[in-house]
Ligand binder design. Sequence first.
Ligand SMILES: NC(=O)c1ccc[n+]([C@@H]2O[C@H](COP(=O)([O-])OP(=O)(O)OC[C@H]3O[C@@H](n4cnc5c(N)ncnc54)[C@H](O)[C@@H]3O)[C@@H](O)[C@H]2O)c1
Length: 344
Amino acid sequence: MSLNLVPFVSVDKMMKLVLHIGIERVLMDLAAEIEADFRRWPQFDKTPRVASHSDVGVIELMPTSDGTTYGFKYVNGHPSNLRRGLQTVTAFGLLADVATGYPLLLSEMTILTALRTAATSAMAARHLAPKDARVMAMIGNGAQAEFQALAFKAICGIEEVRLYDIDPDATDKCARNLAGSGLKITRCKSREDAILGAQILTTCTADKNYATILNDNMVGAGVHINAIGGDCPGKTELAPAILHRSSIFVEYPPQTRIEGEIQQLAADHPVTELWQVITGETAGRTSASQITLFDSVGFAIEDFSALRYVHGKLAATGLYDNLDMIADPDDPRDLFGMILRAAA
Ligand SMILES: NC(=O)c1ccc[n+]([C@@H]2O[C@H](COP(=O)([O-])OP(=O)(O)OC[C@H]3O[C@@H](n4cnc5c(N)ncnc54)[C@H](O)[C@@H]3O)[C@@H](O)[C@H]2O)c1
């Protein structure tokens, strides 16, 4: 393949790729890829994502490199988009060869972000949640919800998902999409109803606010909390008292301290880095009564792993197009002369 032609995975090709492989298989594969990259965490360039905030949302760039391959994601978060018929989160991303700087892949990442977020959550829960957890509360039934539910089924063995959203249409949509998945789906009328009997509590709401999706009295001993929606300054989902009772696990502390639930705590409040649990350097869950909290904000290495996974599927599936994205003058210094080719 010519280096000026960059493989591009469109939304259409991504949908076909996911269906071709099977969504639960993709979620399991991604969890394995992300876990493998978390194991070699020190090899990566790491930086908190570069965020441009406005009154209504945020646009972020998420770069990382392992010294051989570079990747970045462009992603937005606009809770008010829903009222305009637009998505809260959209994304695309790129992989490049560190040796030449030439791009290797450009891909849609709106679908891929939902997949990698769910895979990361379930991978974290496999290390932190009670081993016998079979019931998950799913509060917030928007774009991410079905992906979360299926990842917890495939990776953690969850059998029942208890759905709640302030908008019953969202719950209906989610229940419809999960019908036939093998999960028992229970529609709930309140947050309190949703958490009944659940060993895993997932919060996945979108509001540019210090929201209280879980109150302190809703969180009993021994549960695992998978907090997805609080991922921006001024945007959280948990009552601070819950954080004081929990063992808190994060992706990259310098980013999570700004964006995660822990922005509500003192800057030196102890947290554990998830990668150290995965390598065995630090303990995860140590007792049955412990409350574990994965304070997820989404980190660049997860996107890197996901992009590399997609890149690895191109040759066998052919599910990409070639983009004429990089100039290719016959003489590398004759960029100007190359323009004249268009006149021929
Ligand atoms: N941590 C990560 O890696 C990561 C990745 C992707 C998205 N997110 C975040 O997850 C959140 C959800 O994303 P999405 O794409 O599903 O958004 P979405 O807008 O599609 O869905 C959000 C849902 O939350 C519901 N909701 C809002 N307030 C609620 C409340 N008080 N109680 C119950 N439900 C409520 C809405 O009705 C909506 O159905 C967003 O905040 C997004 O920024 C985090």
